[in-house]
Design a protein around this ligand. Structure first.
Ligand code: HQG
Length: 195
């Protein structure tokens, strides 16, 4: 039997829906995640369908495989799904191992947050970690979601030497708890990238 094909629109909408359920509000469809953020796929499909959202194993597989940032991971037995990072549910612990970061990591933000960032450092806000990237271009894209991006450099090795833990999610996002202002440097604002 031929594999069903899905439109780009369906894939993007499903990715956003899965982000909502697997990172922020599983209660929307009456499910709960396990402590490491996993959800049984049959339960996910049943509950999504019950709440008027079309979802199937085939569609989930396509979304997982084609996601631009590899936001989702299937468990090794293929029965469960979770988001690789970005959670706001405080009780979720992805059980990542702390690892040594590269010398410098990047964070993309916008001008209007700078006064607060200069005095308080980078805060995780609603999410469970501060999100950083190993490359500048990713930080530019992240900042561009909100306006003209401003790029901050984080002296990560120095932070790590001073006892701060760093984690790297399955999809390559660097995570930490808080970046105090003393480890931050503002890089000249790059031109806005089209996304
Ligand atoms: C800012 C997306 C004022 C921070 C992206 C950011 C990323 C402060 C916002 C991922 C602050 C939080 C995460 C302070 C930090 N005062 N503002 N002291 N400290 N901020 O969305 O890093 O597409 O939670 O600069 O691509 O923007 O969802 O974090 O602007 O990887 O997979 O507070 O989300 O990935 O915003 O983005 P967010 P983020 P996905």
């Amino acid at each position: 039997m031929a594999q069903p094909t899905f439109s780009k629109k369906t894939i993007v909408a499903t990715s956003k829906f899965l982000s909502l359920i697997l990172r922020h509000q599983p209660e929307t469809i009456g499910v709960t995640l396990d402590p490491e953020g996993w959800l049984d796929i049959d339960t996910l499909i049943r509950q999504a369908n019950k709440h008027g959202r079309e979802l199937s194993k085939e569609l989930i597989q396509v979304v997982v495989a084609e996601n631009d940032k590899q936001r989702f991971a299937l468990s090794s037995d293929g029965l469960r799904l979770r988001a690789n990072q970005g959670h706001s549910i405080r009780s979720i612990d992805l059980d990542l191992q702390a690892v040594a970061p590269p010398e410098i990591l990047f964070h993309g933000t916008i001008e209007k947050f700078l006064t607060s960032i200069r005095s308080r450092g980078l805060l995780k806000q609603n999410r469970n970690h501060v999100h950083l990237s190993a490359d500048r271009d990713t930080a530019i894209k992240v900042g561009s979601r909100r306006g003209k991006p401003v790029i901050l450099e984080v002296r990560a090795t120095e932070m790590h030497r001073d006892g701060h833990d760093f984690y790297r999610s399955e999809n390559g996002v660097w995570l930490t708890d808080h970046v105090p202002p003393s480890y931050l440097a503002e890089v000249e604002s790059p031109h806005r990238l089209s996304t």
